[in-house]
Design a protein around this ligand. Structure first.
Ligand code: RUQ
Ligand code: CUA
Length: 664
């Protein structure tokens, strides 16, 4: 151990503060001090050589930035969580489906209130949470481009758009035909479409039908949201869905390169079980896994888009849907059998193979896209009860690789390896791809290479750019569902455990580097992007910026033009905020007045954010430099209220306050 330490210390000593590697130092006395100090620290803390290399690989000196940013969904916390790699520092949580007071998301600002209202699933309930599952970074030619990130809400079948110029949510669309989703968000290689596959079959259009009519009235679905990069919005009018049999569509992935224009979704419950042990039916957990095979859905998206554009659709709840008969007649949909409770379908970097894991099968099954095309052309089909053509399994299967217990999700690296999470085994399996990937690694194609144990119960995993056409490799994060004994007990609800794994080597060299407790949500999936692909604004481009429309608000309050204008019972306020003052300061109104209040933060300094809170009226804003925000409310409560700045912005932050008096 001491020999290894000495080596490490020599390596450290040859690194300058700016991170560059210099010629070996001649200050040998310094190195000796460092060596003995480091050895003492390691001994006192009981660190092994592996611990020390792991620490050196993840430690970030103050001020140094991370190499990668991970976008993790926050599960039923309803947000997105950004984590830097390799330090595993949380950088931010972005309010998406759930109000977030620090960001002023959902606490009065008109933009956030309107966006949250846009995504309401119905008119009588107000839903203020979501179950974020799969973030999808926008892509250009199959590679992350750092412009947008999308995320779905499984609970309510919604998709949100986040603009990566300011990392704020800009749009939430509610799927008009379904209540739940799962196979989203995934993007096509140029982000023309955002894929949202369904989950629990139900009558389309959120209609009612008794469960006894499941096979006749319940349906699955997949929705293709048209994305317009210019406006940064999903164009609902140009989007469409496909009716599918009432199986439970699970995860989807978009084809790329050779398979560009196709989409693949796995499914479970082709048994069409409806649960109800009380009624003499098998309970869902058994009923859904009776058959040996379910169906991978193979969808010709390019052709489906043409069919939708030609008007061969039915309107359901105002939304264009290609009905199943049309999909079958037009050759838009095929099935391929997939073994035992499949989960996840992941397209290899070249788009040439599809990897499906069977949760109750120790294998992953690899399908060849070329063979799928041949099988479709060959016409040797059987059909499911709804008439969907089923390809012959042996004609489309390329390989099966035995990995271990409970395989779920797969990602890729630059060395021709695939990595699959093993839920039951609590491990990450590294395995060697075959075909054109076989000469990238020393191992035989389609073979298990090694396993890295994780703690515990891994769901998804994310490798650096590991689902793109050019994966980076280097780092992989295991998104573990249970933490059990990894951290200090903080009560019966435990954090999740993100584990950072070094996958830079080959063969049996994966190294566990870091355990990171995730105590602000239950992330399902994450994507990891090279940090230098992100190019967000430091401050908004101009003073008076309207972040929702990414342009100057023509009605933004300006310095010198602050005012309060009364028109009957309506009071409109134009206010500016700058360290450490709001103008105008006292706001005196009458009970029952309707107040429309605009505030511009006129700061141009990096990080000079002001908050604005109006206690008692549920108003809390975050005004980033240059931003204009509007909120409105009726002054139902009389009294004396002090609005104040909630960001500690200056030495005189306490004085950034004003009296808001409401006369009875
Ligand atoms: S999937 S349970 Cu991403 Cu494994 Cu949702
Ligand atoms: Cu502005 Cu505190």
């Amino acid at each position: 151990m001491l020999a290894l330490l000495a080596l490490l210390v020599a390596a450290i000593a040859s690194c300058r503060d700016d991170g560059s590697t210099a010629t070996p130092s001649t200050d040998t006395a310094g190195e000796a001090d460092l060596a003995s100090n480091a050895a003492d620290i390691a001994a006192a803390r009981g660190l092994t050589p592996d611990d020390i290399t792991a620490a050196l690989k993840t430690y970030m000196p103050s001020g140094r930035h991370d190499d990668y940013i991970m976008f993790a969904s926050g599960g039923h916390g309803g947000q997105l969580i950004l984590v830097g790699l390799p330090s595993m520092r949380i950088l931010k949580s972005i309010g998406v489906f759930t109000p977030e007071p620090w960001q002023g998301w959902g606490y009065g600002s008109r933009d956030s209130m309107e966006i949250l209202a846009e995504g309401q699933p119905n008119e009588t309930q107000t839903v203020l949470w979501g179950d974020t599952h799969h973030p999808a970074l926008s892509e250009t030619a199959g590679d992350y481009d750092g412009q947008f990130v999308f995320v779905n809400d499984k609970a309510h079948a919604r998709v949100a758009v986040v603009d990566l110029r300011d990392f704020e949510t800009k749009q939430i669309v509610k799927n008009p035909i379904a209540m739940s989703d799962h196979g989203g968000s995934m993007v096509t290689p140029d982000t023309e479409w955002i894929v949202e596959g369904g989950q629990y079959a139900a009558p389309l259009g959120q209609e009612y039908a008794p469960i006894e009519e499941y096979e006749a009235e319940y349906r699955g679905m997949v929705t293709f949201w048209k994305f317009d990069r210019e406006s940064g919005r999903i164009l609902v009018e140009e989007s469409f869905a496909m009716e599918l049999p009432p199986y439970w569509q699970d995860l989807c992935d978009a084809g790329k390169l050779v398979s560009d224009g196709w989409v693949f979704c796995n499914s479970i419950n082709t048994e069409m079980a409806t649960g109800g042990i009380e009624k003499g039916n098998p309970p869902f957990e058994a009923g859904v896994s009776q058959r040996d095979m379910d169906y991978m859905h193979i969808i010709n998206l390019d052709k489906a888009a043409e069919v939708a554009a030609s008007g061969q659709t039915t309107e359901i709840n105002g939304f264009d849907v290609i009905m199943l008969d049309t999909s079958i007649a037009e050759g838009l949909l095929y099935f391929a059998p997939e073994p035992k409770s499949p989960h996840g379908v992941d397209v290899t970097p070249g788009g040439d193979f599809l990897v499906v894991a069977g949760k109750l099968d120790p294998h992953v099954t690899v399908y060849s896209f070329a063979k799928i095309q041949e099988a479709i052309a060959g016409g040797n089909f059987t059909a499911d009860p709804y008439g969907v053509p089923i390809l012959n399994f042996d004609e489309v299967m390329e390989a099966q690789v035995e990995l271990g217990l409970g395989p779920l999700h797969t990602q890729f690296d630059a060395q021709g390896y695939a990595y699959t999470s093993l839920f039951l085994e609590s491990a990450v399996a590294r395995w060697a791809l075959g075909g054109p990937y076989a000469d990238k690694h020393p191992e035989e194609g389609w073979s298990l290479v090694s396993k890295q144990p994780v703690q515990y119960n891994i769901g998804h995993l994310a490798a650096a750019e590991g689902d793109t056409v050019s994966p980076d490799g280097g780092y992989l994060v295991a998104l573990n569902k249970w933490a059990i004994d990894r951290f200090t007990n903080v009560g019966p609800l435990l954090p999740q455990n993100f584990q950072l794994i070094d996958i830079a080597g080959t063969g049996d060299t994966m190294q566990l580097l870091y355990d990171m407790p995730m105590g602000i949500g239950e992330p399902h999936y994450a994507q990891i992007i090279k940090a230098d692909k992100l190019n967000p604004w430091e401050v908004y481009p101009e003073v008076g910026w309207d972040p929702r429309h990414q342009q100057v608000d023509p009605d933004a309050p300006k310095v010198g033009e602050e005012r309060i204008v009364r028109d009957g019972n309506n009071v409109e306020i134009w206010m500016t905020a700058v360290r450490s003052h709001y103008t105008p300061e006292p706001i005196e109104i009458q009970q029952g007045d309707h107040v429309i209040w605009h505030i511009t933060n006129t700061e141009r300094a990096y990080d000079a954010t002001h908050g604005f809170s109006l206690p008692g009226y549920n108003i809390q804003l975050s005004l980033e430099p240059g931003e204009t925000t509007t909120f409105e409310f009726t002054a139902t409560e009389s009294g004396v209220f002090t609005y104040y700045c909630t960001e500690f912005c200056s030495a005189l932050h306490l004085e950034m306050v004003g009296y808001f008096t409401v006369e009875p």
